[in-house]
Design a protein. Sequence first.
Length: 376
Amino acid sequence: MNPTIRQRGRGEKKKGRILLLLCLFFFGFLFLSFGKYIPTLWQLFFHKEITLRRTTDQRINILLLGIGGEKHDGPNLTDTILLASIDPKLNRISLISLPRDLWTPELKAKINTAYAFGEEKQVGGGITLARGIIEHVTGQQIDYVVRLDFNGFVRAVDMIGGLDITVDRSFDDYEYPVVGKENDPCDNKEEDLEKLATASSQLEAFPCRYEHLHFDKGEQHMGGITALKFVRSRHALGSEGTDFARSKRQEKIISAFKEKVLSAGTFLNPVKVVSLYDILKDSIDTDIKTEEYDDFVKLAKKMTGATTQSVVIDFGDEETKRAGLLMNPPISEEYRNQWVIIPRIGNGNYAEIQSYIACEIKTGNCSVTPTSTSRN
């Protein structure tokens, strides 16, 4: 045999062995990296039945809590409180937004302290206490609780490449809080701080604690930080400064995030799926069991294209003549001298709130009259 041909044959065999070793190394790496996800992926692709806890009428109620996290003042206070009621049969989702300043006599504090108080008592107690308090307020059974910190939200949105959001109206918010500057004196003299702390305009007294947000009407691509500011803005001028408008913005972000995660570019990319899982597991506190993750993915796929409605518990809107269920009582010792919100029919009386939420979940298109809740 020609020596050149023999040498070439040996070279090809050597290349083949090297290629085989590289393949074995690569797939070994994948197995070691993703092996812990194999049971979930197996259930996801080969078992279609969804076996999650449900209410008696077969809805799945999930309490979503958003907290600032370590870098924020009051890191475990829930800035966002959303009850998502999912009806797989009717392919409908109701997102019920509760105000963080709602006073709860049971806690002798605002409702946004429930998770923090529970965690102070014992690790894991935040979910238990938040569930109990919000079940009491809403009259709804809560099947699962998910608490996400803002840092995890930002990283997750950035990891999937951002979100495309339609901004309904241009708006400005001159009082968006700057993280880490909650107690900055803003060059004021120390002897003036106590007086300035009670000033009617905290923006004028401590301008360095706030930044100016501006969003233009129309399609916008938002990264994690921008998306967070979009949903957290509370002091926008005009109608965008209401809880109702804020809940609509939250609905947009949740819907866009769900659609992006379930898109082929993310859902069929194992590296992205695992990266997203790793980000969220470090930022989430939940009572969802690992073996239930696949059911939630299947549920999300099933609810693609579902009708979503925002339900807001608020003061109403004088401009549109929309009645509300809440009122702002005078500051007093009863509320520990804090600015709070209570039900319009009395402190701790949640009957109207419960009836309204039940109506919206069951039929939708409900309204609040000066004396009762009715369906249009």
